[in-house]
Design a protein around this ligand. Structure first.
Ligand code: FES
Ligand code: FES
Length: 150
């Protein structure tokens, strides 16, 4: 079946199976920043924004995205660069596998609540696993990004 979905501000037509998940469709159409990890809603690396809210694309049927807007990290390029800057500055960047999903989640948090406190940041990021960093440097980098008014 054919579906129309807006991805990063552009209307796209995707040919899909009714049972296909958004993660598989996005990767098939070369949105390779959307990563596959656990495939069972446990790791968060497949996160994209659906109408601005982070969702695990491995559990969202692509057909349910018709009429909605999907954002991958390519769609928030400038903000992703800022986030990468703070992650680099704080040494919060290692293998980078979780970076796109982390950037999208942090970007959504800033839109929702740029004054989030430590607990609110942790709560918002729950489900976004990083196998390398231990989270402390990431947490500090996120606080700097939230405070960035540029
Ligand atoms: S691949 Fe979707 S949550 Fe892990
Ligand atoms: S930096 Fe390696 S998984 Fe997060």
């Amino acid at each position: 079946m054919k579906i129309d979905v807006v991805v990063n501000g552009k209307k796209r037509e995707f040919l899909i199976e009714p049972s296909e998940y958004l993660l598989d469709v996005l990767r098939r159409y070369d949105y390779s920043s959307v990563r596959r990890g656990c495939d069972n809603i446990s790791c968060g690396v497949c996160t994209v924004l659906l109408d601005g809210k982070p969702i695990p694309s491995c559990s969202m049927l692509a057909v349910r995205c018709v009429g909605h807007e999907v954002t991958t990290v390519e769609g928030i390029e400038k903000e992703a660069e800022k986030i990468a800057h703070y992650f680099g500055e704080l040494g919060a960047d290692q293998c980078g596998y979780c970076n796109p999903s982390m950037a999208l989640t942090v970007y959504a948090l800033k839109k929702e609540n740029r004054e989030a406190n430590d607990e609110e940041i942790k709560k918002y990021l729950v489900g976004n696993l990083c196998r390398c960093t231990g989270y402390v440097a990431q947490h500090e980098a996120i606080k700097k990004y939230l405070g960035d008014e540029s």
